[in-house]
Design a protein around this ligand. Structure first.
Ligand SMILES: NC(=O)c1ccc[n+]([C@@H]2O[C@H](COP(=O)([O-])OP(=O)(O)OC[C@H]3O[C@@H](n4cnc5c(N)ncnc54)[C@H](O)[C@@H]3O)[C@@H](O)[C@H]2O)c1
Length: 254
């Protein structure tokens, strides 16, 4: 039901975003594949086209509002925005620190992509969605922002901010048939976290993480795609302002 829709997916060059781009492409959408890295965007575009889908590379930095506005103007109207680009730390689970041990200089990289990136892209596409009286905005957030994340406090704060933005956008724009929702992920197996699983899958750290998941495996991009397709479709027209967890039943201390 997303066939023919123009779908902009940020950070779609790998991981969850790539999985979403392939799924939207297979569903008949025109996929605008954003990534900071041009080559990653182009590779995913090639994959979608090779499977018979329709896609265009849209490389830009979501942190740079001027670039976002220019790119959105150049690509044409966006029916569905998926705010997926994110940054949980320098290298996978590296760069984690207790908040009391961080300084303001450490906070910017988390806030810029996970919060400002979502502000920028959402602001850039909303006026056209309102004018068209149809639009869907999905933001990929994290349980770090929902339940807290020792060692990832600023990342969690940025994700919680993005989730809050979606709730307000939902309330302001529902009368224009524009919906806004969050998909909150638990620990995934993607290039972001691959070092943990590939090299340390049996490590005490990995086992400790999975002990908090009813389904004792990390999520994979395919776990997310059907929900995203539903929320982006006409069938999702009465679901808005929600945060839906795709997290294997994450809960502290299972
Ligand atoms: N991996 C996890 O365990 C996990 C858990 C919860 C939430 N999430 C969230 O899911 C989303 C996707 O995560 P992933 O694991 O697929 O990440 P990933 O690092 O594997 O892929 C993210 C992609 O986003 C791109 N990107 C980064 N900054 C960008 C920018 N400023 N502008 C444009 N593109 C940019 C990167 O180049 C990369 O290709 C993120 O928002 C992340 O915070 C991930």
């Amino acid at each position: 039901m997303t066939s023919g829709r123009r779908v902009l997916i940020t950070g779609a060059g790998q991981g969850v975003g790539r999985g979403l781009a392939l799924a939207f492409g297979a569903a008949g959408a025109e996929v605008l594949v954003n990534d900071l890295h041009r080559e990653r965007s182009e590779n995913v575009v090639d994959e979608i086209r090779a499977a018979g889908g329709s896609a265009t590379p849209a490389p830009f930095d979501v942190c740079d509002y001027a670039s976002v506005v220019t790119a959105v103007a150049a690509t044409g109207p966006v029916d569905v925005l998926v705010n997926n680009a994110g940054n949980a730390g320098a290298e996978g689970f590296g760069g984690r620190a207790r908040f009391a041990d961080t300084e303001p200089v450490d906070w910017d990289s988390f806030l810029r992509v996970n919060l400002y990136g979502v502000l920028h892209c959402t602001r850039a596409v909303l006026p056209t969605m309102i004018a068209n009286t149809w639009g869907r905005i999905l933001t990929v957030v994290s349980d770090a922002g929902r339940t807290g994340d020792p060692g990832g406090a600023v990342y969690g704060a940025a994700k919680a901010g993005a989730a809050g933005l979606m709730r307000s956008v939902a309330l302001e724009n529902g009368r224009f048939n524009v919906t806004a929702n969050n998909i909150s992920l638990g620990t995934m197996r993607t290039p972001l976290t691959e070092p943990l699983w590939a090299e340390h899958g049996d490590s005490p750290q990995a086992k400790e993480i999975l002990r908090n998941y009813a389904i004792r495996r990390p999520g994979v991009p395919d776990d997310v795609t059907e929900l995203a397709l539903l929320l982006a479709s006409d069938h999702g027209s009465w679901i808005t302002g929600q945060t839906i967890c795709v997290n294997g039943g994450y809960s502290f201390g299972l």
